[in-house]
Write a protein that binds this ligand. Structure first.
Ligand SMILES: Nc1ncnc2c1ncn2[C@@H]1O[C@H](COP(=O)(O)OP(=O)(O)OP(=O)(O)O)[C@@H](O)[C@H]1O
Ligand SMILES: [Mg+2]
Length: 273
């Protein structure tokens, strides 16, 4: 009997290069110089390295926010390196949830409207958008802040809104660039507890960070240096079941259940394919 065919990787990069060009087309910086990386579905991976080593550049490519200059990228089995902007943004909207260091919430919108934003692009009925956004905010423990503006929230609360926004489309992968970078230590710790729970519920997590606490909790640490992978090794959380830590409960309550429920819910996408 032949062995079962392996599942497609969540993300598979081969020979990825990225050069930033000058207006005249000459190379300004070679930010990535040949990256081979396979991330399995369900993994929790931290991407680390010195400032300027190429982490954000790599994350932007992984997240379909930017295209490589050369190389292949298969996202969940689909080749995406050469897609045009329109197709790239559609893939991004359906498969990937993003969290940024600076939260990137829209200040004029309320909390619940911010969480609804990604659903706008999926042509989902207004009442369903609102229902899903409220459910997601409940799950990150922010039911009592839904009509606030982002400026009226603490940093940790803003990042929880950003996580709710990232997950409202039920993506397969959560990507984050320095999600704890703007948070004090204990707030950052609580956000990490929420991310642990999401990982335990089956979400693939790829995170750029300088935070060694993340390296201590994730399964795998990929270290970049000058646009190349310098080391790829198990993180402190490898082989260990995620366990609750004191203080995580308020943020992470029922995360597994809600994530499973949000995954199971049919996505009424009405944009033609
Ligand atoms: N838009 C751009 N145009 C030109 N060069 C860029 C651009 N973005 C990044 N670079 C250069 O590419 C290299 C990698 O940058 P990148 O932002 O990926 O680093 P990083 O590892 O995320 O650093 P940090 O930890 O400081 O965020 C750096 O030398 C940077 O100066
Ligand atoms: Mg960066």
């Amino acid at each position: 009997m032949s062995p079962p065919s392996p599942l497609p990787a969540a993300a598979e990069l081969t020979g990825i290069r990225k050069a930033y060009l000058r207006p005249d087309g000459s190379i300004l910086v070679e930010a990535l110089r040949g990256i081979d990386l396979r991330i399995e579905s369900g993994e929790y991976v931290a991407i680390m390295g010195a400032s300027g080593s190429g982490k954000s550049t790599l994350m932007n490519i992984l997240g379909c926010l930017d295209r490589p200059t050369a190389g292949g990228y298969r996202l969940d089995g689909e080749e995406v390196a050469d897609l045009d902007d329109h197709h790239l943004s559609r893939i991004r909207g359906r498969r990937i949830g993003f969290v940024f260091q600076a939260f990137n919430l829209i200040p004029e919108l309320t909390v619940v409207e911010n969480v609804e934003v990604p659903l706008f692009y999926q042509d989902i009925h207004r009442s369903i958008r609102r229902e899903r956004a409220l459910a997601m905010l409940d799950r990150v423990g922010l039911s009592d802040r839904t009509s606030h503006r982002p400026g009226e929230l603490s940093g940790g609360q803003q990042q929880r809104v950003a996580i709710a926004r990232a997950l409202v489309t039920s993506p397969a992968v959560l990507m984050a660039d320095e999600p704890t970078g703007n948070l004090d230590s204990s707030t950052g710790f609580a956000i990490l507890g929420l991310i642990d729970e999401l990982h335990a519920s089956g979400l693939t997590i790829i995170m750029v960070t300088h935070d060694e606490r993340i390296a201590a909790r994730c399964e795998r640490v990929v270290r970049l240096r000058d646009g190349l992978i310098e080391r790829d090794e198990p993180g402190g959380g490898a082989g260990k079941r995620t366990s609750r830590r004191p203080g995580d409960e308020t943020l992470a309550r029922d995360a597994s259940a809600w994530f499973a429920a949000s995954q199971a819910r049919p996505t009424p996408i009405a944009d033609g394919d």
